[in-house]
Design a protein around this ligand. Sequence first.
Ligand code: FAD
Length: 278
Amino acid sequence: MIPPVARKFVAGETAPEALEHVEALNAKGVAGICNLLGEHYDDPADAARDTAAYCELIELIDDAGLEACVSVKPSQIGLDVADSMFADNLEQIAAQGAAHGVFVWVDMEDYTTTDATLEAYESLVREHDGGMGVCLQVNLNRTREDLERLADAPGKIRLVKGAYNEPKDISIREKERIDDRYRRLLEYMFEAYDDGIAVGSHDPAMISHARQLHEEYGTPYEVQMLTGVREERQYELAAAGVPVYQYIPYGTKWLSYFYRRLRERKGNLVFAARALVS
Ligand code: FAD
């Protein structure tokens, strides 16, 4: 069972719990992005099990008529075993998403996975003429070129600052440089993309820059934030008419995800400490 202190960041251990969370969010005007926790499987059976779990989840979302989509990690569905296994499993999930009208996101992991992830994504999103999106990371020097390459593809791009410590020769690490590049890449997207822009950030400065660019160019955009982070702001943005999606992790492998959230921000540690003593 998930302790109450971790429930701030994780919706539950099962799909029905995640969907209950989505239902509550939908009532507040926020849509859900469901992510079954799990990564770096080296056993094909684990990758097949989570692929099947995503296919079942897609059906449940459709049956329940919820405003929700899914987001899957490449190493959860076979990328650590073989590129071809990942591509085959993603194809199953994409086909199920298309059959049920449920959008499928592909998370981005460290730089060693970028080529294989984008190759499989691009081929599927073109084949299905949309219905899918992929995450691109601003800290990687290659991202501007990846954005240019995907500009004429259907689908959406979630722009994030990047969660992995990448080698210095292919990335930047300083917060100021990352923030500056995030703004420049958003500007490029609003100029070059007709739609499909997702701002995957809690940073008020990035969200307000996107808002200004939207007013200037008219290009639609959405904001995506994590469960348990700036939730009041999520509801405010939704009430102001901005499409907002909450990324909702769930599943039995919640412990390492919970520690990651605690480590990344002093405020989260204080929250956990207070919850434990109260
Ligand atoms: P930061 O630079 O961390 O913070 C900037 C400002 O935002 C802070 O100064 C503060 O004002 C505000 N803020 C941030 N956190 C909080 C908080 N807890 N409470 C209050 N204010 C806060 N990374 C990947 O590498 N691959 C992925 O597939 C991926 N998917 C993601 C999906 C979503 C929906 C989101 C939101 C992030 C994802 N990330 C992913 C993580 C991302 O790369 C960043 O590491 C993470 O979002 C932190 O950067 P930030 O833009 O939120 O702002």
